[in-house]
Ligand binder design. Structure first.
Ligand SMILES: [Zn+2]
Length: 422
């Protein structure tokens, strides 16, 4: 926790020009996703910003001069986070957002959780901290800075919501007026501390039913509920199972020609899904197949419930959640869009691009204990065929009862029935 009101801390940083250690000048700046300390190098006189160790900036700290000419950060691993931040100061396109105060509290000692982010998955996992902090510090007041679109994920009526109405893709920009608005709120409180917002908070103690207002699939019902398998579609990340198309996909990202080839990739993904559906129908004729996700390109020429949309809002999220919590299995390519589906379904098969291997499990919502964890949580290579994916699905559905029975020896019955996660 970083005490920011009253602000007495002096956060050290290394000057991005000369490398000398500097201490901030006592001012913070709320950029949006990031909170920055204003710094002045005593050696060379450079004015610069340094990120506070919050969210991803705790993993990839960055210091940069206000004119953007000097920066210091981990280029190998941190570029994805740092580039938008530096650009947000270089471009003139500041974002004009409407900021609203909801569920205000009378005062007290505040803990502020900044969940602003341009990636839905990041917002979702950052928000878990709100629920964990609430349990850890019941006497403190909690406030959360959150994109308006994700407000529905705060189900606790006592948590103060600072809602920023801006499309998620614009959340990386400098937000006009945010800094002044946030500091104005501080005046209502005796003190304000900023949560470090760990981006991989522990899953223990998290109750997805409370967060999502949807009860996750209970394992005891696996063999009794109608069989449903759901694929989560994306129109910007694909299951291609082709080295040539994979090469073309990577080239299109590198050289910026994604739009002209997207249709081809969507067509290919829909075709693979069709092959998968035919194989599943043979072995599991009773299965209902559902497709959710963002983007309707790629026609599905096989019998399924197509729940894809062109734009997501709360009503869509809630409809999808009902689908996930009634799905024995969800399938999809690795990504933050898998977090909620895997939190609510019984199990999953995730298609894992090789460059995502270091990020295995980061997008998985819940983990079952013991052997069930491996049995119901499968990762397959990006070049897996529909036949291989179908084999996993069929073996999970048909073999579930046997593994579930065996859990008696592994896990106390009370935990087994509740499907308690480790
Ligand atoms: Zn310097």
């Amino acid at each position: 926790m970083i005490e920011i009101y009253p602000y007495n801390e002096s956060i050290p940083a290394n000057c991005p020009r000369c490398g000398a250690e500097s201490k901030d000048i006592g001012e913070l700046f709320f950029q949006g996703t990031h909170v920055l300390s204003e710094q002045n190098c005593r050696d060379c006189g450079l004015d610069f910003y340094a990120t506070l160790p919050i969210g991803h900036a705790a993993l990839f700290p960055v210091a940069f001069s206000r004119n953007g000419n000097h920066f210091r950060y981990n280029r190998e691993e941190g570029s994805w986070m740092v580039r938008p931040l530096i650009e947000s100061f270089q471009n003139e396109s500041d974002a004009q957002a409407e900021i609203k105060l909801l569920q205000p509290n009378p005062g007290g000692d505040l803990i502020l959780v900044n969940c602003l982010d341009s990636c839905f998955g990041h917002v979702f996992t950052k928000l878990w901290n709100v629920y964990l902090l609430k349990k850890q510090f019941p006497s403190k007041t909690l406030a959360v800075l959150v994109p308006a679109r994700c407000r529905w994920l705060i189900t606790d009526g006592e948590v103060e919501i600072w809602s920023v109405d801006l499309p998620l893709e614009e959340m990386g920009k400098c937000m006009l007026g945010l800094d002044a608005w946030v500091k104005e709120q501080f005046r209502r409180f005796a003190s304000v501390a900023l949560s470090e917002v760990p981006v991989h908070p522990p899953l223990e103690g998290l109750d997805f039913e409370e967060i999502l207002r949807a009860r996750p699939f209970a394992l005891e019902d696996f063999d009794h509920q109608p069989l449903q398998v759901t694929f989560i579609w994306r129109s910007d990340r694909f299951w291609l199972n082709s080295r040539l198309l994979d090469f073309l996909h990577k080239a299109s990202i590198k050289f910026g020609f994604q739009d002209p080839v997207r249709r081809l990739f969507c067509y290919r993904q829909a075709s693979l899904l069709g092959q998968l559906a035919r194989k599943l129908r043979k072995s599991l004729p009773e299965a209902r197949l559902v497709v959710t996700g963002l983007g309707k390109e790629g026609r599905l020429h096989w019998r399924c419930q197509d729940e894809r949309v062109e734009a997501i809002d709360e009503a869509v999220e809630r409809t999808w959640n009902e689908i996930y919590r009634h799905s024995q299995l969800v399938l999809g390519v690795h990504g933050s869009h898998m977090l909620i589906p895997t939190a609510l379904s019984a199990g999953f098969v995730e298609i894992l691009p090789r460059h995502k291997v270091p990020h295995l499990t980061e997008d998985i919502g819940r983990h079952h204990r013991g052997r069930m964890g491996h049995f119901l949580g499968r990762f397959v290579d990006e070049f897996s065929s529909p036949d291989l994916v179908a084999r996993h699905v069929v073996s999970m559905v048909k073999g579930f009862g046997r593994v579930y029975k065996g859990l008696d020896e592994e896990i106390p019955k009370s935990e087994k029935i509740l499907g308690v996660e480790s």
